[in-house]
Each structure stands twice: as C-alpha cells, then as structure tokens.
Design a protein. Structure first.
Length: 275
C-alpha cells in the first residue's frame, strides 16, 4: 500500500488524526517517539536527536557539521522504516525524502493560527500568550527547516495531494479522507519499484553520512547518486589528496559495489589579508 506523509501545523490536530489513520489501516506511525526510540541504534544520543530533529541550522560551521550528520542519521532511520512498508511518516520532510518514490500520498493538516493557539493552550494548560509564542515559534522553525534543507515553501498547497483544514472538517472526516485517498488508483505502482528506489536512497544517505562525517575534508560540493549499488560522485574537490580520500571513504560504505566519479579539482587560492 502507498506510504503516507503528513505535514502538520502545531495545534492543528494532526497527531490524533495520524494515530487513528495508522490504527485503521494497520500502518506503523513514524513520528518523534518512534525515531527517538530508534536513535540509539544509529549512534544518536537523546540530546543529539533533539538538537537535529526538524531544526534549521545554527549557522556555526563546526556545530552545523555535527547537526548535518545527525540529521542525515534521522533521515536514514525514516528511509529504512519506509522500506518496511505500510508506514505514515509524520513531519520531518518525509515527502521530500521520498520525492523519487511514486506511491506516496502527501497530506497536510492545517487550521487558523488563533484557533491553533487556543487548542494548544487548552491541551497543555498554558497561558494563551505563552501558547501563542510556542505556536508561532513552531511554525517558523518547521518552515525554516523545510526551506533550508529542501528549498520548498512549507505552505505551498501544490506540494500536497490533500490539504485538510480542521477548523472546517471534523476529526472523523479527516481520517476518512486520508483512508479513502490512500486507495486511489493513481498511487498504484509497479510491484517492487518503490523498494528499489528506497534501497538506492538508503545507500545514498549512508554515503552522505560518511562524507559529511569526514572532519578534515571539505565535501560540501560533492554530491552522490546511487543505482543498484553503483555510486556516482559529481561536483568538485580541492586537491588530488581530497579526491583520493573521498573515493576511499565511499568505497568503504557497506553496500557500495562500484564508484564512478566525475569530480573536478578546483584548488582555491589563498589570498593574503591586508595588514
């Protein structure tokens, strides 16, 4: 059955909708709790997970390199969970991670800002002004996360197959719409096609993690694509030594059968500073 991704605004009622859809369809819900429980198996501490999960960068080079590695580990968890099938990916840019997978049903759940503030204040027993601050901060943080890492406008309806306004539609109607929509014939795929794409994406993510973790090599301009164990590297590096090290790193990633590289060597010139 198709994978479901759910984008949600804080206070829109997305989580109870996602839970009921998962229960009705027999799907596994991949949300913060699921990812946090699996994080330790991927070398992520609770603190590292919280700092990277759905957060925009800090714009501090050393910190951002660590955040990038941790974020890619979270993405790897999502991809490997998706490979198991019958999942709902809740937030985390799920639809962007699975952009190459054809049988993804992309849902967004929204509600007016002040209504979401009121719901959040009632749910958490918060002062309305404080709830307003939290909801606004959540909106900005998640929008920034999607814009920075996926270069997409979080609110653009064209990126979704179904947008549900819970101010207008009931919880029951929202659940029914998603459960009905997932069976649409346009989401039917050729058998096994999605699993093949997901396996390629998983290997691609493992290569990204290995390259981003290389502390002494600038891999910022190196991109990789994968197909059935063959990794293709494009972009540029700064020296022959860096190229050699990068090839060794990629060849050492489990699952890599061969590496094809089309990397340019661009040596940056050191410009003396004025004194």
């Amino acid at each position: 059955m198709p994978i479901i991704t759910i984008s949600r605004e804080m206070g829109s009622g997305g989580i109870p909708i996602a839970h009921e859809v998962a229960e009705r369809l027999g799907y596994t819900l991949i949300n913060g709790d699921t990812l946090r429980a699996a994080a330790g198996d991927y070398g992520l501490t609770d603190e590292a997970f919280e700092q990277a999960d759905e957060k925009p960068p800090a714009f501090v080079d050393e910190l951002d390199q660590k955040l990038a590695v941790d974020l890619r580990q979270i993405e790897l968890i999502i991809l490997e969970k998706a490979l198991e099938g019958n999942v709902i990916i809740y937030g985390r840019g799920g639809q962007d991670l699975l952009a190459k997978v054809t049988n993804v049903f992309r849902v967004r759940i929204i509600a007016p800002f002040e209504e979401r503030v009121e719901r959040w204040a009632e749910r958490e027993w918060l002062d309305p002004d404080y709830a307003r601050l939290l909801v606004r901060r959540s909106d900005q943080q998640r929008a920034g996360f999607i814009k920075y890492y996926f270069d997409r406008d979080w609110e653009d309806p064209l990126h979704y197959d179904l947008v549900i306004n819970t101010s207008r539609l009931s919880h029951e109607t929202a659940v029914n719409l998603i459960c009905d929509g997932v069976g649409d014939s346009n989401l039917v795929e050729r058998k096994g096609a999605s699993k093949k794409v997901l396996r390629d994406l998983i290997l691609q993510k493992k290569v990204e993690i290995a390259l981003t973790s290389a502390a002494d090599i600038d891999t910022l301009h190196v991109e990789n694509s994968t197909a059935e164990g063959i990794v293709t590297l494009t972009g540029h590096v700064h020296s022959k030594e860096d190229l050699k090290s990068i090839l060794e790193i990629v060849k050492g990633v489990e699952g890599v059968k061969n590496v094809e590289e089309n990397l340019q060597i661009i040596a940056y010139r050191n410009v003396p500073r004025d004194h």
